[in-house]
Write a protein that binds this ligand. Sequence first.
Ligand code: HPA
Length: 271
Amino acid sequence: MIKQEIEDSVAYLQNKGFNAPEIGIVLGTGLGNLANEIENPIEAHYNHIPFFPLATVEFHSGKLIYGTLEGKTVVVMQGRFHMYEGYDLQDVTYPIRVMHKLGIKKLFISNAAGAINLNFKKGDIMLLEDHINLLGGSPLAFKGVSQFGERFVDMGNPYDTEMSNAIKNIAKKENITMHSGVYAAVLGPQLETKAEYRMLKIIGADAVGMSTVPEVIVANHLKLPIVAVSVLTDECDPDNLETADIKEIIKIASETEPKMIKLFRELLKTL
Ligand code: HPA
């Protein structure tokens, strides 16, 4: 990855009318519908944006959508890139760098995740207050990193306190059950073994998923404030483990999506 590639991606998008978005939003698996609520949308398919990674997974439609939501200009990623699809960590985080270069000042992230903390139930939402990177790599471990910022990025407070507090207040006001917890990112695409779920609990994870952490690391590299929520789609109880079913995971994500949309829309109003 070089700066010129990002500049070419940005030039293409600006040509299409992606002018100075204020907020970037990443929509996770089964959580793409917020994109349909954008007013005056302009769309750019990932496959058409110069130097963007090519979109693969069929249940992601794979596009960037620019427009307004609650009076704010936003750029939304409908579908993201995962390491489990064979992308490297720089591909996975490339769109974050592009959105940053387009001008976003804040980033909202969503994902579908399994509940490791068994006080949390499927269909609940968890605010990420911290994370554990089990992906086996870093999106900052590359030779040209210093062109883009410092190498040794502080991760003591990776999620923005102000937006996190604001979204907690919104959840309370809207009667939406929202927990706070630690998200562990694993490579996947296989789900975890019972022993792995036990380990995740022991090391302090409350939820597990296959995304988000690389994006959060790069956003911290770019000093971009982040708020991130998991939609909990399954309960990872090693002593009563149900057979993993990706269709069921997507179904629960879709059913829970309206709550996430409400939280994000209300949060936009506060900014
Ligand atoms: N493990 C990993 N990723 C997931 C899970 C899970 O149980 N549920 C949704 N995404």
